[in-house]
Design a protein around this ligand. Structure first.
Ligand code: GLC
Length: 793
């Protein structure tokens, strides 16, 4: 297969199915997140990372410390040549033995390191079988030389078994116990405490629910449960004394060592011979199930089948929508990586190397769940219900909550709750499933009180409609989408212009939905309120050339030409267009101001200029280093919305220009400046006020993945779900000769072929559906299984 976007560090396979890293010395850890929805792990190109079940912070199985410079924590594999005594790692770290060959393939659902040293090749594949609380490290060890070789494979990991916050190891180790178990051919580990708030007999008075195991499918030479015995008091991971200085591990287990898991397996390889080995790591709530589970993954054939099932699962899921365009970066991102990032990283793992969360953000995972709409909309429905369960009867919601303990943060953020009706609207556009609005869901503070999804949405909207200033604008409270504007409106006086646009959009959409539900009173009220809001936005939100961002509790504006710092913000401009909440002339001017003031080399900044001094009446946004994150960086999540806004405004060149500037694959062409992984979106790229202008950071754990997917398909390719049907409205570069999209919509598979013979960017001159001309750009809803759609621009 052809290599694409190759740099000194790596390349994509043409079909985007893998990113292949050529050297372990990447500019930052370049990781994969592998999860089946419950069990998950992070895996860096050097083999670093950690594992968890359900919650990456509260139920972390192995220890990990966020040292992104060293990437020096994780689960390691040592290979020792028992004849020469040489020791190396397939991932290069921690021994840093210079490898003869190295490749790390990050794929969809697995990672594979292929490394070679001294005539031995190790192919190390790591994955999580579907439906298991288990990861498999599958090794194929090949003797490339002409002489027999004796090797020891030695694994290493440190047990956490509970809250990640176990830096007080002297305390935590006292509750840990390991033991050897013959029936599982490995080590078992338990912890007598689970340091998370659970209802029980007092704080810290409950046991960890699981038994963890680390086992092998070949006879063990030895094992180790004690970190001190493994490393030696003055050894370290680069040179663990038990690996370098003694022949076997010491078989120490028990109470209360600084507990680790290490297994030693001997391999004798004849010349050119290959041997396989599986190492397992996982947890089970019933000990008896461990052996039973592992039985299914003993042979290479079983293991290959399990991996194939994972790959097939993703292929099937992602294959439900695919695109083919002349732009290879779009094909790779849209067909593979953006949805993989959003599903595996954001919705399932809820973690990255730069942020470990494990919690659900009320607004965050709702937005992320949009990736499921074209491929598995019932998952979006599930996500909507889950979030509705974290709404209180007064309509307010938890800003975030932790699964397992079901605790969360009450909030004065004023937008969170509105994402519920927003995503419900998107779900209805996709599915037309109005019955869903009648689904009963309980409230967080009243589990016995169930109301319909519709009613949950109404309660959310009603709260925001009560939080309106004298001038008719919504209050900003402790922030609105922008978490960093955390102190602008704490006295509940400051206003938000962005929230005004957003609320306008919700009111107009819900006025339609309510009408359809026969709730005319709601509909009339929302229409009236939307009209009033539009007036307030135009009268008080407009700064002359662009929209203000907000007003503080004392009435001072944010994002005004009168401000020296934070003079203009992105979101109130883009959402004026997205929501259509103001007149067309102002929408155009607002985006003109974005083009002139915010659009820089790596995309549109969230605001400009950055705040140089903290302002306690703005919040922590102003405390970030200038040019980073929300303080004047390209905040990727919001940057994707400008593609939507430019496209909606009918400015295809600008929409595509933004894509080119924020695209991680294109930015990744300059890896030593950009630093981040080229295959996933970053949370942010430093802006011009940063000393590291152009640095991509906070990768993986960002809401931008789902949004970039959506704006590329819906607004660049222009194939989008609407209430009336599937709309065809391309907004592409004029030099594309066409593109195709395969997409499901309301039970039909649409094979859409767009031709662009006369080099247009927008506009469609003819559409045929199964050969018959369609008079509109919205395809009629079909009862066929498959429809062929030919579009001529
Ligand atoms: C973080 C939060 C998200 C918020 C964004 C902007 O990504 O998780 O909810 O919208 O920051 O502040």
């Amino acid at each position: 297969m052809k290599r694409l976007f190759e740099t000194d560090y790596g390349y994509f396979w043409e079909d985007g199915s893998e990113y292949v890293i050529k050297t372990p010395r990447t500019p930052k850890p370049w990781i994969n997140i592998i999860s089946n929805g419950e069990y998950g792990l992070t895996f860096s190109q050097s083999g670093g990372g950690f594992s968890w079940l359900t919650h990456s912070e509260m139920n972390r199985i192995t220890r990990w410390h966020q040292d992104l410079i060293q990437d020096n924590w994780g689960k390691y594999l040592y290979i020792r040549d028992d004849d020469s005594g040489e020791v190396w790692n397939p991932g290069w770290l921690p021994t840093k033995t210079q490898l003869d060959n190295y490749e790390c393939h990050h794929g969809i659902g697995y990672s594979r390191i292929i490394a070679e040293y001294g005539g031995i090749q190790v192919t190390y594949t790591i994955f999580v079988p579907m439906e298991e609380s288990l990861e498999i490290w599958n090794l194929r060890v090949k003797n490339l030389s002409d002489r027999p070789r004796n090797l020891s494979i030695i694994s290493y990991l440190e047990w956490s078994l509970g809250a990640s916050n176990d830096h007080h190891r002297e305390f935590h180790k006292s509750f840990l116990e390991t033991r050897y178990d013959e029936s599982v051919n490995g080590l078992l580990a338990n912890k007598r405490i689970w340091d998370i708030p659970r209802e029980n007999r007092g704080h810290w008075n409950t046991a960890y629910d699981y038994t963890a195991f680390h086992a092998a499918n070949r006879p063990l030479e030895a094992y180790e449960g004690d970190k001190e015995a493994f490393l030696g008091q003055y050894g370290d991971l680069n040179r663990p004394s038990s690996v370098w200085e003694t022949e076997t591990l010491s078989n120490t287990t028990g109470k209360w060592n600084d507990s680790i898991g290490s297994l030693q397996v001997s391999l004798e390889l004849a010349p050119r011979e290959t041997e396989n080995l599986n190492l397992f790591l996982g947890v089970q709530s019933e000990n008896s199930k461990i052996e039973e589970t592992l039985k299914q993954y003993q042979t290479q054939e079983q293991t290959d089948k399990a991996l194939e099932a994972v790959v097939e699962h993703w292929r099937d899921l992602l294959g439900k929508m695919s695109v083919k365009t002349p732009n290879e970066s779009i094909n790779i991102l849209v067909n593979q990586w953006l949805r993989y990032q959003a599903i595996a990283g954001r919705l399932w793992a809820r973690t990255g190397y730069y942020q470990q969360s494990g919690a659900y953000g009320f607004r965050d995972q709702l937005q992320d769940s949009q990736v499921f709409l074209p491929i598995q909309p019932e998952r979006t429905a599930e996500q909507i219900k889950l979030h509705a369960q974290h709404q209180k009867t007064d309509g307010t919601v938890l800003h975030w909550w932790h699964p397992i303990v079901e605790q969360g943060m009450e909030t004065k953020m004023t937008d969170d709750l509105l994402w519920l009706p927003f995503i419900v609207g998107a779900y209805l556009d996709e599915t037309g499933d109005y019955e869903f609005l009648n689904a009963p869901v309980e409230y967080f503070d009243a589990p016995e009180t169930k109301e319909t999804i519709y009613q949950h949405c109404i309660r959310a909207i009603e709260v925001v409609l009560e939080r309106i200033s004298d001038r008719g604008l919504p209050l900003i409270g402790a922030g609105d989408w922008n978490d960093g504007l955390s102190a602008v409106g704490l006295e509940m006086k400051g206003e938000s212009i962005w929230l005004g646009h957003f609320l306008y959009m919700i009111l107009t959409r819900f006025a339609q939905i309510a009408r359809r539900q026969g709730k005319n009173e709601h509909s009339d009220t929302y229409q009236t309120r939307a009209k009033e809001l539009r007036g307030a936005l135009e009268d008080h939100g407009w700064d002359g050339e662009w929209f203000l961002r907000a007003t503080k509790d004392n009435g001072e504006p944010l994002g005004s030409h009168t401000n020296n710092q934070g003079r203009i913000y992105l979101n109130p401009q883009t959402w004026a267009v997205i929501a259509g909440s103001v007149d067309h002339d102002k929408q155009g001017k607002a985006m003109q101001a974005v083009t002139e003031n915010l659009l820089k080399d790596y995309g549109p900044l969230l605001l400009y200029p950055a705040y140089q001094q903290p302002d306690e009446y703005i919040g922590y946004l102003s405390r970030y280093a200038p040019g980073t994150r929300e303080n004047g960086g390209v905040y990727m999540h919001a940057a994707t919305w400008s593609i939507w806004a430019y496209a909606k405004l009918g400015q295809p060149e600008m929409a595509f220009e933004v894509y080119n500037r924020i695209c991680p694959i294109l930015n990744g062409n300059n890896p030593d400046r950009y630093l981040g992984e080229p295959y996933v979106t970053p949370g942010n790229i430093d802006g011009p006020d940063s000393e590291k202008y152009g640095r991509g950071g906070w990768t993986w754990y960002t809401g931008s993945a789902a949004w970039l997917q959506k704006v590329l398909v819906d607004w660049i390719l222009g194939i989008r779900a609407t209430e009336e049907g599937l709309l065809i409205d391309p907004c592409i570069p004029a030099d594309w000769d066409g593109f195709s999209v395969e997409r499901r919509f309301r039970g039909t598979r649409y094979l859409i072929q767009v031709e662009n013979p006369s080099g247009k960017s927008t506009g469609v001159s003819e559409i045929t559906l199964d050969g018959k001309p369609v008079g509109t750009t919205t395809l009629p809803i079909s009862d066929r299984d498959v429809c062929n759609v030919q579009v001529t621009m």
